[in-house]
Design a protein around this ligand. Structure first.
Ligand SMILES: *Cc1c(COP(=O)(O)O)cnc(C)c1O
Length: 395
């Protein structure tokens, strides 16, 4: 018996456990000090009323013989895929129903998609990065090369002619940096992938936060993407489904490598290893696209974005460089005075009682940077922004 030894190569993620430990120690020493968390990457507002109504109605259906649902289509129900097709069509992207695969999370699909690719491929991953892209490939034993995201390139690395890559991960708007690629920048990546026969894995989990007209919501708004890109998106951040679980992955019919159609391969993979998202959850997801559903979910996104704007304004006043916040719930700030990420974490906790996420936890290039999020409570975010401003003044 041989075990998958690649698991030994995974680096232990101490990021969130270390944060929790430091906060616990601080709270013990300063029980009177209120802690404000601007480090969370999870939504905090409840599901919108139209979504909850759809869940209730679907539960009632499940309790009656005439409307009960057993196994559904592995790729998702037609009613949800049709709603998604109309959502894409609003931006001029025409998808066929069989190009959409409903799933239980972008995280799972981003990991599972690797079933389609040989281990003998080079993977290009931005640094800093959502750790899932790295760890899933380490588990499989693939070669990983990093594209440095830096202040110089606005945390949006561009293709380099001398870098050979077969699988390319892009996340825009980005977690952790909040930076978002323009149409022209994404066109350069699509052209690069098509020229080399590489496949782009495009993570659009934060598309609903985009405000800038020049930032595509979908990679398929870019010419030629249908022959090189797979897109992952999720209801998690769009509609507060982090605990409800529903996502969608687009694999175009035109995406062919060798003699194999990736759409047919993914269909085969999903029908073999997966039995689909619960009917009631798909009904809840479809309710996001009704008029009332859109209104309510947009209001939640506006709430988070307004929080990010409050943090951004405080950083502007303090003269601190940052990116993100505009098309994203995330703000990626440079630690003042050349401080390292963890030193700034300690300083902010000590002087403001505010908890953020050290950039170094997302990759080597994240050192010296710090992630703040707009996912918190509005009143507390205002208070935290004020304290943040005061805490950097004493540096
Ligand atoms: C939150 C997030 C997702 C969504 O994951 P789910 O499994 O759908 O909850 C995907 N990608 C990134 C970068 C994220 O931050």
């Amino acid at each position: 018996m041989k075990i998958n030894e690649n698991y030994k190569n995974l680096s232990e993620s101490y990021l969130f456990s270390t944060i929790a430990k430091k906060v616990a120690v601080y709270t013990q020493q300063h029980p009177e000090q209120e802690i404000i968390r601007l480090g969370i990457g999870d939504v905090t507002l409840p599901l919108a009323a139209p979504v909850v109504d759809a869940l209730h109605a679907a539960v009632e259906e499940m309790g009656k013989k005439e409307t009960f649902h057993g196994y559904g289509p592995e790729q998702g129900y037609g009613f949800l895929k049709q709603a998604l097709m109309r959502y894409y069509a609003r931006r001029g992207v025409v998808l066929a129903e069989n190009e959409i695969f409903v799933g239980d999370g972008a995280k799972s699909d981003i990991g599972n998609i690797l079933d389609l690719f040989d281990v003998d491929n080079t993977v290009l991953v931005p640094d800093p990065v959502y750790p899932v892209y790295v760890d899933t490939n380490v588990m499989a034993g693939r070669r990983i090369v990093y594209a440095a995201a830096t202040r110089e390139n606005g945390f949006l690395p561009m293709p380099q002619a001398d870098v050979q890559a077969d699988l390319i991960y892009l996340c825009s708007p980005n977690n952790p940096t909040g930076a978002a690629y323009s149409r022209d920048q994404l066109q350069a990546w699509v052209d690069y992938a098509n020229e080399r026969g590489a496949v782009l894995l495009f993570d659009a989990a934060y598309e609903s936060f985009i405000t800038d007209g020049d930032v595509p919501h979908s990679i398929y708004e870019v010419n030629g993407a249908e022959t090189c890109a797979i897109e992952f998106c999720s209801f998690s951040k769009t509609a507060g489904f982090t605990g409800t679980r529903c996502s969608y992955t687009v694999v175009p019919q035109a995406l062919v490598r060798g003699s194999l159609h990736l759409n047919a391969m993914w269909l085969r993979r999903q029908t073999t290893k997966y039995n689909g998202v619960p009917y009631i959850v798909q009904r809840a997801a479809a309710a996001v696209f009704t008029e009332e559903g859109q209104k309510a979910t947009r209001a939640a996104i506006d709430y988070y974005r307004a929080n990010a704007a409050v943090i951004a304004a405080a950083l502007d006043e303090a003269g601190i460089w940052y990116c993100g916040g505009k098309n994203s719930p995330y703000i990626w700030m440079q630690c003042p005075g050349g401080m390292k990420s963890w030193d700034f974490f300690d300083h902010l906790l000590e002087h403001a009682g505010v908890v953020g996420t050290p950039g170094a936890g997302f990759g080597a290039q994240g050192e010296g940077y710090f992630r703040l999020t707009g996912f918190g409570d509005a009143e507390k975010t205002r208070l935290a922004a004020q304290k943040l401003k005061e805490a950097v003044r004493v540096l």
